[in-house]
Design a protein around this ligand. Structure first.
Ligand code: PMP
Length: 393
């Protein structure tokens, strides 16, 4: 038995998949032209598979903020938030996020992944129960695992299944935390948050909502699904990331519960890692300002999302349940999905290929994501590229 024997299955899958596509495992963006275009394998390509919902990575103001932060504070903090890694800008961003989200407390983490890891592993333990939506992100699962909490999955977006489990599991001396996402990253669908909040109240549970894909995307002010659903006050823990609509790197947890501040002392993934670099924090701070100032960005994103969904709906593609900035195109056969993905790339369009087990139902899916930075012409080109592979649907 060698250490690497357990990787045999992965190795075999990689060998099978590489028969379908040479380029799948070595997509390199050789030159970044803009938020929506890059040179991939020598070809000018439209990027339709990023999480760059609002085009922030290439906004002049964000670039300037990041550059000034590097000049003023250097390239890295070389320390944990608990030691020398909390600069004034980390604290300012925490205040700005609290103000924006109408929450009393915010903790900024180095990534969104470590935000979930920190919060879940510290907040809940072996005596507690987490009820999580089956389609929740890996970081939510990993946080639960690190905390050793009892985890029960309910069927994706199935409130009846959640209720059944709450009835069975709730006991007076057990804490229950319900964990869901706002906009789900694979199918682009929303959590039924009002119904979930009603259950949370009925059973006296806590609620954590990961708004990674909905910050800046949903809600009149861009605060996410909880804002759109009118239930912000019922969300105990809001998780988010800077790596999508804010175009940077980092994560946060916001809460009205004062005790959340104690996590700073108790959470290993917070204490034992270096803090986000000044450039990342400054860029996220500027992007947050822009989100609040330019609601038209959100409108533009949704116009693009609706346009692509409408164009793709005219063909026999299996799409997600509703228009969304994340539009999955599902394939029951993996070789066909590869053929479609290759075809799109040859037509100058990059989308994400997602394979089981990362997909919700074992099918393969091509995950398109739109950006406010896409022009109408680019969205038309993405639709045309899909039309050229519609025989594979
Ligand atoms: N939560 C969700 C729902 C996500 O989709 C992601 C990123 N894919 C994360 C957390 C992690 O965010 P980050 O990239 O900042 O680590």
């Amino acid at each position: 038995m060698g250490l690497f024997d357990k990787f045999q299955k992965i190795k075999q899958s990689l060998e099978t998949f590489s028969q379908y596509s040479d380029s799948f495992f070595n997509v390199v963006l050789d030159e970044i032209i803009s938020s929506t275009e890059a040179i991939i394998n020598g070809r000018h390509t439209i990027l339709a598979g990023t999480n760059n919902y609002l085009g922030m990575p290439h906004r002049k103001e964000c670039i300037e903020a990041a550059c000034s932060a590097v000049r003023e504070m250097g390239t890295g903090t070389t320390g944990s938030r608990m030691a020398n890694g909390t600069y004034g800008i980390h604290v300012e961003l925490e205040r700005a996020l609290s103000q924006f989200l109408n929450k009393k407390h915010t903790i900024v983490f180095t990534t969104g992944y470590s935000a979930n890891l920190s919060v879940l592993s510290t907040l809940v333990g072996p005596k507690d129960i987490v009820l999580l939506d089956a389609d929740c992100h890996a970081s939510i699962y990993d946080g639960c695992r690190l905390g050793g909490v009892q985890v029960y999955r309910f069927k994706h977006n199935d409130v009846n299944d959640l209720e059944k489990r709450l009835k069975r599991l709730s006991k007076p001396d057990t804490n229950i935390l319900i964990a869901v996402e706002g906009l789900y990253s694979m199918l682009g669908d929303r959590a039924p948050l009002r119904e979930i909040v009603a259950l949370k109240r009925e059973f006296g549970a806590y609620l954590l909502v990961d708004e990674a894909h909905s910050l800046g995307v949903l809600g009149e002010k861009g605060r996410g699904l909880a804002e759109e659903a009118g239930v912000e006050e019922d969300v105990d823990f809001v998780i988010g990331t800077f790596s999508k609509s804010l175009g940077s790197v980092g994560g946060y947890c916001s809460s009205d519960l004062e005790e959340i501040e104690l996590l700073r002392f108790a959470s290993r993934p917070y204490v034992f890692t270096a803090s986000s670099s000044p450039a990342n924090i400054a860029a996220a701070r500027k992007a947050l300002e822009i989100i609040q100032r330019e609601p038209e960005l959100r409108e533009r994103l949704w116009d693009n999302a609706n346009l692509l969904y409408e164009r793709l709906s005219k063909h026999p593609f299996k799409l997600g349940p509703s228009p969304s900035p994340i539009i999955p195109v599902r394939f029951s056969e993996i070789p066909r999905a590869f053929e479609a993905w290759n075809g799109l790339l040859e037509n100058g369009v990059y989308v994400n290929m997602v394979l089981p087990p990362a997909t919700p139902d074992g099918s393969a899916l091509l995950r398109c994501s739109l950006s406010a930075a896409h022009t109408t012409d680019q969205v038309e080109k993405i639709a045309e590229a899909f039309e050229s592979i519609k025989h594979l649907a």
